[in-house]
Design a protein around this ligand. Structure first.
Ligand code: CA
Length: 232
Protein backbone atom coordinates (compact mmCIF):
# COMPACT_ATOMS: atom_id res chain seq x y z
CA UNK A 1 0.00 0.00 0.00
CA UNK A 2 1.78 3.13 -1.21
CA UNK A 3 1.27 6.26 0.88
CA UNK A 4 -0.32 8.99 -1.19
CA UNK A 5 1.72 12.07 -1.90
CA UNK A 6 5.04 10.52 -0.89
CA UNK A 7 7.26 10.21 -3.94
CA UNK A 8 9.42 7.11 -4.09
CA UNK A 9 10.31 7.07 -7.80
CA UNK A 10 13.98 7.87 -8.22
CA UNK A 11 14.71 7.49 -4.52
CA UNK A 12 17.66 5.17 -4.16
CA UNK A 13 17.96 2.83 -1.19
CA UNK A 14 20.93 0.64 -0.30
CA UNK A 15 19.98 -2.54 1.55
CA UNK A 16 22.87 -4.12 3.46
CA UNK A 17 21.97 -7.59 4.65
CA UNK A 18 23.91 -10.86 4.48
CA UNK A 19 20.89 -13.13 4.87
CA UNK A 20 19.82 -13.62 1.27
CA UNK A 21 16.15 -14.33 1.93
CA UNK A 22 15.73 -11.23 4.10
CA UNK A 23 17.66 -9.06 1.62
CA UNK A 24 15.50 -10.36 -1.24
CA UNK A 25 12.26 -9.79 0.65
CA UNK A 26 13.19 -6.21 1.54
CA UNK A 27 14.48 -5.37 -1.94
CA UNK A 28 11.44 -6.87 -3.65
CA UNK A 29 9.05 -4.94 -1.45
CA UNK A 30 10.89 -1.64 -1.89
CA UNK A 31 11.06 -2.08 -5.67
CA UNK A 32 7.33 -2.82 -5.79
CA UNK A 33 6.83 0.53 -4.04
CA UNK A 34 8.84 2.32 -6.74
CA UNK A 35 12.23 2.68 -5.05
CA UNK A 36 15.56 2.04 -6.76
CA UNK A 37 17.33 -0.60 -4.70
CA UNK A 38 20.93 -1.79 -4.46
CA UNK A 39 21.95 -4.67 -2.22
CA UNK A 40 25.25 -5.31 -0.45
CA UNK A 41 25.96 -8.36 1.71
CA UNK A 42 29.03 -7.42 3.78
CA UNK A 43 30.59 -4.41 5.48
CA UNK A 44 33.32 -3.49 2.97
CA UNK A 45 31.04 -3.78 -0.09
CA UNK A 46 28.40 -1.69 1.72
CA UNK A 47 30.88 1.18 2.17
CA UNK A 48 32.11 0.84 -1.42
CA UNK A 49 28.56 0.80 -2.81
CA UNK A 50 27.60 3.83 -0.73
CA UNK A 51 30.59 5.73 -2.06
CA UNK A 52 29.95 4.75 -5.67
CA UNK A 53 26.16 5.18 -5.74
CA UNK A 54 25.38 7.77 -3.04
CA UNK A 55 21.98 6.29 -2.08
CA UNK A 56 19.32 8.45 -0.40
CA UNK A 57 18.87 6.06 2.52
CA UNK A 58 20.56 2.97 3.99
CA UNK A 59 18.88 -0.06 5.52
CA UNK A 60 21.72 -1.59 7.44
CA UNK A 61 21.90 -4.93 9.22
CA UNK A 62 24.03 -4.86 12.36
CA UNK A 63 25.65 -8.29 12.10
CA UNK A 64 27.55 -8.57 8.84
CA UNK A 65 30.62 -10.36 7.52
CA UNK A 66 33.79 -8.31 7.00
CA UNK A 67 32.93 -5.61 9.49
CA UNK A 68 29.61 -4.90 11.16
CA UNK A 69 26.85 -2.36 10.55
CA UNK A 70 28.20 -0.16 13.33
CA UNK A 71 31.47 0.27 11.44
CA UNK A 72 29.64 0.74 8.12
CA UNK A 73 27.56 3.50 9.73
CA UNK A 74 30.67 5.20 11.12
CA UNK A 75 32.55 5.11 7.83
CA UNK A 76 29.60 6.31 5.76
CA UNK A 77 28.52 9.04 8.19
CA UNK A 78 32.09 10.32 8.43
CA UNK A 79 31.85 11.28 4.76
CA UNK A 80 28.27 12.47 4.41
CA UNK A 81 24.94 12.74 6.19
CA UNK A 82 22.57 10.02 5.03
CA UNK A 83 19.50 8.61 6.77
CA UNK A 84 20.09 5.11 8.20
CA UNK A 85 17.67 2.49 9.48
CA UNK A 86 19.58 -0.14 11.46
CA UNK A 87 18.33 -3.72 11.68
CA UNK A 88 19.08 -5.54 14.91
CA UNK A 89 18.44 -9.01 16.25
CA UNK A 90 17.40 -7.91 19.77
CA UNK A 91 16.02 -4.84 21.59
CA UNK A 92 19.08 -4.61 23.84
CA UNK A 93 21.27 -4.29 20.75
CA UNK A 94 19.25 -1.21 19.84
CA UNK A 95 19.78 0.26 23.32
CA UNK A 96 23.51 -0.38 23.03
CA UNK A 97 23.76 1.28 19.62
CA UNK A 98 21.78 4.36 20.65
CA UNK A 99 23.98 4.60 23.73
CA UNK A 100 27.07 4.62 21.54
CA UNK A 101 25.69 7.56 19.60
CA UNK A 102 25.76 5.74 16.28
CA UNK A 103 24.41 7.91 13.49
CA UNK A 104 21.39 5.72 12.77
CA UNK A 105 18.01 7.48 12.69
CA UNK A 106 15.78 4.53 13.36
CA UNK A 107 16.04 0.91 14.44
CA UNK A 108 13.99 -2.18 13.68
CA UNK A 109 14.32 -5.42 15.59
CA UNK A 110 13.97 -8.65 13.61
CA UNK A 111 11.58 -10.10 12.73
CA UNK A 112 9.62 -7.24 11.20
CA UNK A 113 7.13 -6.96 8.36
CA UNK A 114 8.30 -5.47 5.04
CA UNK A 115 5.20 -3.28 5.21
CA UNK A 116 6.34 -1.78 8.52
CA UNK A 117 9.83 -1.25 7.13
CA UNK A 118 8.44 0.64 4.12
CA UNK A 119 6.40 2.84 6.48
CA UNK A 120 9.57 3.64 8.47
CA UNK A 121 11.49 4.36 5.24
CA UNK A 122 8.84 6.81 4.08
CA UNK A 123 8.65 8.47 7.50
CA UNK A 124 12.43 8.89 7.63
CA UNK A 125 12.60 10.31 4.10
CA UNK A 126 9.87 12.83 4.99
CA UNK A 127 11.68 13.74 8.19
CA UNK A 128 15.01 14.21 6.42
CA UNK A 129 13.39 16.58 3.94
CA UNK A 130 11.40 18.59 6.49
CA UNK A 131 11.86 22.34 6.70
CA UNK A 132 13.49 24.09 9.67
CA UNK A 133 11.45 25.50 12.54
CA UNK A 134 12.31 28.51 14.73
CA UNK A 135 15.46 28.75 16.79
CA UNK A 136 15.40 27.70 20.44
CA UNK A 137 17.47 29.89 22.75
CA UNK A 138 18.09 33.51 21.76
CA UNK A 139 21.73 33.90 22.72
CA UNK A 140 24.12 31.35 21.12
CA UNK A 141 26.77 32.02 23.79
CA UNK A 142 24.61 31.24 26.84
CA UNK A 143 22.77 28.05 27.74
CA UNK A 144 21.32 25.64 25.21
CA UNK A 145 21.03 26.93 21.66
CA UNK A 146 19.26 24.94 18.94
CA UNK A 147 19.33 26.21 15.38
CA UNK A 148 17.14 24.18 13.00
CA UNK A 149 18.31 26.06 9.91
CA UNK A 150 21.86 24.76 10.40
CA UNK A 151 20.84 21.81 12.62
CA UNK A 152 23.50 22.86 15.11
CA UNK A 153 23.30 22.64 18.88
CA UNK A 154 25.54 24.40 21.35
CA UNK A 155 25.79 24.60 25.12
CA UNK A 156 27.31 27.85 26.43
CA UNK A 157 28.77 28.50 22.98
CA UNK A 158 30.40 25.07 22.57
CA UNK A 159 29.00 23.03 19.71
CA UNK A 160 27.69 19.55 20.59
CA UNK A 161 27.31 16.90 17.93
CA UNK A 162 23.88 15.25 17.91
CA UNK A 163 22.69 12.55 15.54
CA UNK A 164 19.80 13.65 13.26
CA UNK A 165 17.30 11.84 15.49
CA UNK A 166 18.69 13.32 18.70
CA UNK A 167 18.49 16.75 17.11
CA UNK A 168 14.83 16.29 16.15
CA UNK A 169 13.98 15.01 19.64
CA UNK A 170 15.49 18.12 21.26
CA UNK A 171 13.82 20.40 18.70
CA UNK A 172 10.38 18.85 19.18
CA UNK A 173 10.63 19.00 23.00
CA UNK A 174 11.91 22.58 22.81
CA UNK A 175 9.11 23.69 20.54
CA UNK A 176 6.60 22.21 22.99
CA UNK A 177 7.95 24.82 25.42
CA UNK A 178 8.01 22.62 28.51
CA UNK A 179 4.71 20.87 27.84
CA UNK A 180 4.81 17.12 28.47
CA UNK A 181 4.83 14.86 25.42
CA UNK A 182 4.02 11.16 25.71
CA UNK A 183 6.26 8.53 24.15
CA UNK A 184 3.58 7.90 21.51
CA UNK A 185 3.44 11.61 20.68
CA UNK A 186 7.23 11.74 20.41
CA UNK A 187 7.22 8.66 18.17
CA UNK A 188 4.74 10.38 15.87
CA UNK A 189 6.48 13.77 15.92
CA UNK A 190 10.12 12.70 15.77
CA UNK A 191 10.05 9.28 14.13
CA UNK A 192 6.88 9.75 12.09
CA UNK A 193 5.03 6.63 13.16
CA UNK A 194 2.09 6.07 15.38
CA UNK A 195 1.85 2.50 16.57
CA UNK A 196 3.77 3.06 19.79
CA UNK A 197 5.97 0.00 19.22
CA UNK A 198 9.15 2.04 19.49
CA UNK A 199 8.74 3.36 23.06
CA UNK A 200 12.11 1.88 24.01
CA UNK A 201 13.69 3.79 21.16
CA UNK A 202 12.41 7.04 22.68
CA UNK A 203 13.88 6.16 26.09
CA UNK A 204 17.23 5.23 24.55
CA UNK A 205 17.48 8.50 22.64
CA UNK A 206 16.51 10.54 25.72
CA UNK A 207 19.36 8.88 27.63
CA UNK A 208 21.74 9.71 24.82
CA UNK A 209 20.61 13.37 24.64
CA UNK A 210 21.04 13.72 28.41
CA UNK A 211 24.54 12.28 28.23
CA UNK A 212 25.51 14.88 25.62
CA UNK A 213 23.61 17.97 26.82
CA UNK A 214 23.16 17.32 30.53
CA UNK A 215 20.53 15.54 32.61
CA UNK A 216 18.43 18.66 33.14
CA UNK A 217 17.74 19.24 29.44
CA UNK A 218 15.01 16.60 29.37
CA UNK A 219 12.65 16.11 32.30
CA UNK A 220 10.97 12.75 32.92
CA UNK A 221 7.32 13.02 33.88
CA UNK A 222 6.67 9.63 35.39
CA UNK A 223 3.81 7.72 33.86
CA UNK A 224 3.32 10.40 31.19
CA UNK A 225 6.40 11.08 29.12
CA UNK A 226 9.07 13.72 28.66
CA UNK A 227 9.31 17.50 28.68
CA UNK A 228 11.94 20.14 28.02
CA UNK A 229 13.84 20.83 31.23
CA UNK A 230 15.18 23.83 33.11
CA UNK A 231 18.22 24.30 30.95
CA UNK A 232 16.35 25.67 27.91
CA1 CA B 1 23.16 -10.50 9.51
Amino acid sequence: MAAHGTPSAGTHILVVEDEQTIADAIATRLRSEGFNVSVASDGPSAVATDEAERPDLLILDLNLPGFDGLEVCRQVQAKRQVPVIMLTARDDETDMLVGLGVGADDYMTKPFSPRELVARVRALLRRSASTPAPVIGGDPSAGLHVDPSTRRVSVDGAEVHLTPTEFDLVRVLGEAGGAVLSRDQLLAMVWGYRDGSGARTVDSHVRSVRRKLGDDVVRTVHGVGYAFGERG
